[in-house]
Every structure is written in structure tokens, then in C-alpha cells.
Design a protein around this ligand. Structure first.
Ligand SMILES: C[S@@+](CC[C@H](N)C(=O)[O-])C[C@H]1O[C@@H](n2cnc3c(N)ncnc32)[C@H](O)[C@@H]1O
Length: 209
């Protein structure tokens, strides 16, 4: 299950998370999500939603989006940030996504933004996402370009970049795992943020697991 040391790291990081956020990158991701959402309706889930700022932005633009996060402190901030949109405990669930996504509904889109690389057991998250997804629903994973991952870890180590109190579990083979065993098919692969990030868009093709 999700690593305890990582979870504590995210609890600590929560306080400064929004202050340190790269706004250009944030806006870029919002634009990508809006493009993917065009012509789609239904509920959206962000797995590893952190302080809930993507949810806030997309709810403001009229999308029915909720989130789940395993850091208690991140959840508290997300609930505070989303208080204008209804019962915060219904909008944000405090769960380890490897165990459960926490909602009793089906989603038309599930988004995993800058979180995939922290799952020790990503196959469990994928299975949970699959079970909570409508057929034809999209799974969007925004993560580190595998070619950049060692450079990012090195920059953190050398303190050129702010250290994330987390170990990157990054393993590019995981992408293949999704495609081959999960019932999702890759429909789009986008490079973003000057090639440093990869955006994978999968579609749930069939009722099977
Ligand atoms: C780098 S932050 C990204 C937050 C948000 N997606 C954003 O981009 O603003 C990663 C988040 O994933 C959460 N997380 C990591 N592993 C998780 C797990 N197994 N279940 C739920 N949340 C998890 C962390 O607590 C943290 O809030």
C-alpha cells in the first residue's frame, strides 16, 4: 500500500504546495483537460488531488469534479479550497488510491496528475480506476517523461530544484502494463512542458478484469 514515508512527506509539503506551484504548467494542464473534456459529460475524479486547485479551476469552468488523496493535510487544504462548491467531505475523500478511490459512482474521466510516479503498486490504482470508470471513459495520466526522471531526481539531490520529500517510484514499464492488462487502450500520447512531461490518455474499452 502507499508508502508511509511519502505520505508524511506530502503532509509536510502541503503548507507550501500552492505557493511553489508553477502557474504556467498549471494553466497548460487545465487547457489539456478542457480539450479532452470537450463533448464529454459526467463526473471527473482526480486521484492524488493535493490541495484541490485543479478541481477548483475545473469546477469554476462548470465541470463536476471531485478528488481523493491519502495525505490528511492535503485533504484538509483541498476541502478548505473547495468549500464554496458544497459539502467538502463529499468532494474530497481521504483514501489511499491503492486501496479505494472512495466514491460510489462511475466516472467519465479519471485524472492522475503528477502522482503516478509515487505509487508503489500502480496496478492497484489502475484496477480501482477501471472499476470506477464508465465504458468509453478516459484515464488521463500526466507524469514525468522517463528520459527526464533521472535528471529531476539529480536536480533535487543537488538542491538545484526543490526536493520533493518523496522517492520517485518511476518505472516506464508501468505504462506498458496499463495498456496490456488493464482493459484500457492508449488513445493519445502528448508531450508537454517542453517535453519534460508525458500525458497519456487511455480509454476504457470493455467490461473486463
Ligand atoms: C505531487 S502532488 C500532486 C497534487 C495534484 N495532483 C496537483 O498536481 O496539484 C501528489 C499528490 O498525490 C497524493 N498521493 C500520492 N500517493 C497517493 C495514493 N496512493 N493515494 C492517494 N493519494 C496519493 C499525495 O498525497 C499528493 O497530494
Amino acid at each position: 500500500m502507499g508508502n508511509e514515508k511519502l505520505k508524511k512527506g506530502f503532509d509536510l509539503e502541503s503548507e507550501t504546495y500552492d505557493k511553489d506551484r508553477n502557474q504556467t504548467y498549471f494553466t497548460e494542464n487545465v487547457r489539456v483537460l478542457e480539450d479532452l473534456l470537450e463533448g464529454r459529460s459526467g463526473k471527473i475524479l482526480e486521484v492524488g488531488c493535493g490541495t484541490g486547485m485543479y478541481i477548483k479551476e475545473l469546477r469554476t469552468r462548470g465541470h463536476d469534479m471531485v478528488g481523493v488523496d491519502y495525505s490528511k493535510e492535503m485533504c484538509a487544504l483541498a476541502r478548505m479550497n473547495l468549500s464554496e462548491f458544497g459539502d467538502p467531505t463529499e468532494l474530497i475523500k481521504h483514501r489511499d488510491a491503492e486501496e479505494s478511490l472512495g466514491f460510489d459512482v462511475f466516472f467519465n474521466m479519471i485524472v492522475i496528475m503528477d502522482c503516478w510516479e509515487f505509487f508503489p503498486n500502480p496496478d492497484r490504482v489502475i484496477k480501482n480506476a477501471y472499476n470506477a470508470m464508465e465504458t468509453d471513459g478516459l484515464l488521463v495520466i500526466i507524469t514525468v517523461n522517463p528520459w527526464f526522471a533521472p535528471a529531476i531526481v539529480l536536480c533535487e539531490y543537488l538542491k538545484i530544484k526543490k526536493n520533493r520529500p518523496a522517492f520517485h517510484y518511476y518505472n516506464s514499464f508501468r505504462h506498458r502494463t496499463i495498456n496490456l492488462v488493464s482493459g484500457f487502450s492508449l488513445v493519445k500520447h502528448i508531450k508537454s512542458h517542453w517535453g519534460m512531461k508525458y500525458i497519456y490518455v487511455f480509454r476504457k474499452e470493455r467490461e473486463h478484469f
